[in-house]
Every structure is written in C-alpha cells, then in structure tokens.
Design a protein around this ligand. Structure first.
Ligand code: SAM
Length: 292
C-alpha cells in the first residue's frame, strides 16, 4: 500500500495545469490514490456542487478553496480558472459523482483551458457506464453511450425510433422517476425480445443488477417499489444483424479458415462452391482479408 502511495506521489504533476479528477459514484472508498494525492496538491478545487464536494473532501481530510463550476456557469467560471492557471496554480475539477464530462459538466471547461494553451491531465476512476458494462455480460462487446434520453414522452419515442436499427448495444442513464416509463418506451420501440441489463445503485448499499428481456423489464421494476428508487444505468442489446450482414460474417469466417491452407483464388473458388455466392465477390473479400 505505501509503495502504491509512493507511486501516486512520485508522478510529476505539472503546475499551471487543469486536472480532471474522477470521484466515487456511491461508495466513498472508490477513489484512487492518485486522485487523493492530486486533490491534496492542487491549489484550488473546482466542483459541480461545492457543498457535496466539501463533504467528500472532509472525509479524506482535504481542505481547499472550492470554486463552483456547474452547467449554468461553466463558460464564465472557465475564464476564472484560466486566470488561476496563468498564475501557475494546479486546479482540479470534480463533478458530483463519477467522471467529469460524462453526462456531467467538465467538457466546456476542458475546451476553454485547451484553447488557452494550458495542460490538461485526466485522472481516471469510477464512472457508472464502465461499472455497469463490467458486469453486463458477453452480449454487449461494442456499445454506444447515449446518456439521458429526452424526458418528454414524444421526444423520447422519436429518439428511440431513430435508434431502432442501431446495431450496437446502447447504454442509457436514467433517473428513478422515469425508469419504468423509459424501460417501457424501450420495449415499445425495439420489441420485447432484446436483452436488457438494469444496474441500479451501483457500489451502494442497495445495489441491484438485473439481466432480463425488454418485455420483462417493466414488470421486474414494478414488482417492488424499492426497485424504482435510486440511480440507474440501462444497457440494451443492439438490433439483430440484417441477413446480408450475417451472410457476410459467415463468408468472412469461411474464407479466413480457407486462407490458412490455400491461395486467395483457391479459397474464393471453394467458398463460392460451398455458399453459392459470387466467386468474384468472394475473391475480392479474400484478397482484402489476406492483405489485412
Ligand atoms: N459523471 C457520472 C459518471 O461518470 O457516471 C454520471 C453523472 S450523471 C449526472 C448521473 C447519472 O449517472 C444517474 O442519473 C445515473 O443514471 C448514473 N449513475 C450515477 N451513479 C450511479 C450509480 N451509483 N448507480 C447507477 N447509476 C448511476
């Protein structure tokens, strides 16, 4: 442990730099040693909610001047931070929970500080999206992060309609008062058969993980009112591959296997006779795979 603390301390943390620091998403122990060291080193800590961050810092025995930087003042506050950087200070930015800039303020601050020519250093740590994906299972190897859906039913339905053919798993954040409606809207837009993963209250006392189908989601949530409380990440399976995509994947797998034993033209000839697909098209594909 003390070796690790040494490691955190001995890294060079340049002056006149902005540090984007991840904080826990529930369990206060989920903070990194680098984050603790840097928060202790920074001359100032900019925070989405200074009260909330003040409480977090006091748990770690850190007392620093705090600057409020939230979604309503981010651009103007960024100019103030740039002035502190001009004075050679290290400024840390923390959002309310998790990683700044991920459905949280921080991105505009990063833009302004980069524009002003100062160094920006990310200190990674907890985020609800990565925490949920780490326990989703094998059916979401690629995904698109979409954050919060629109809160109005009509706009939400329109957004989901546009996503109905999206081929990758989709990750959404959702608040407790909308969770049932949102899961129902997902089932209405995508059909009930797709997989759904509900990650509720991650890292907290009442953490709950549920893997089911979209059709089963609303029922599970409504079975117990407690299941609708807290914070949620939803992971939804992408649209099934169209038959043409499935064929292309099968052809690629076959050609790849044949290429291990024979030339490009022989692989194309045999693949064409097995699948009935165009020999010319398979030759082009075999050539591309060979050159890969
Ligand atoms: N910056 C944060 C991150 O890195 O995950 C996200 C902030 S966003 C304003 C808050 C939303 O993140 C919540 O409404 C919820 O959807 C999700 N979230 C945050 N903490 C969570 C937790 N402990 N369990 C489940 N979802 C969480």
């Amino acid at each position: 442990m003390s070796d690790l603390l040494d490691l955190a301390q001995h890294q060079h943390y340049p002056a006149a730099a902005l540090y984007i620091v991840a904080t826990p998403i529930g369990n206060a122990a989920d903070i990194t040693l680098r984050a603790l060291h840097l928060l202790g080193l920074a001359e100032r800590i900019a925070a989405e909610d200074t009260r909330n961050t003040g409480q977090l810092l006091s748990r770690y025995g850190i007392d620093k001047p705090l600057i409020p930087v939230h979604e309503h003042n981010e651009r103007t506050a960024a100019q103030r931070i740039v002035e502190y950087l001009h004075a050679g200070e290290r400024v840390a930015y923390v959002s309310d929970a998790g990683t700044p800039g991920i459905s949280d303020p921080g991105a505009k601050l990063v833009d302004a500080v980069r524009e002003a020519g100062f160094t920006i250093v990310p200190l990674p740590g907890a985020s609800a999206i990565t925490t949920a994906l780490s326990v989703t299972g094998d059916w979401a190897p690629t995904c698109t992060f979409l954050g919060f859906l629109p809160s109005k039913a009509k706009q939400r339905a329109a957004s989901l309609q546009r996503l109905a053919t999206h081929p990758h798993a989709m990750v959404f954040y959702e608040a407790p008062h909308r969770i049932v409606d949102t899961v129902q809207a997902l089932a209405d837009a995508f059909g009930g058969a797709r997989r759904l993963f509900i990650a509720r209250e991650l890292t907290k006392l009442h953490e709950a993980l549920k893997s089911c189908t979209l059709a089963e989601g609303p029922t599970w949530l409504k079975e117990d009112a407690n299941r609708q409380r807290g914070e949620f990440v939803l992971v939804v399976e992408g649209a099934p591959l169209a038959p043409a995509d499935t064929d292309a994947q099968t052809h690629d797998a076959l050609i790849a296997m044949l290429l291990e034993e024979m030339s490009v033209s022989a692989a194309a000839r045999i693949a064409a006779s097995i699948t009935g697909a165009s020999r010319h098209a398979l030759y082009e594909r075999a050539l591309a795979l060979k050159n890969d």
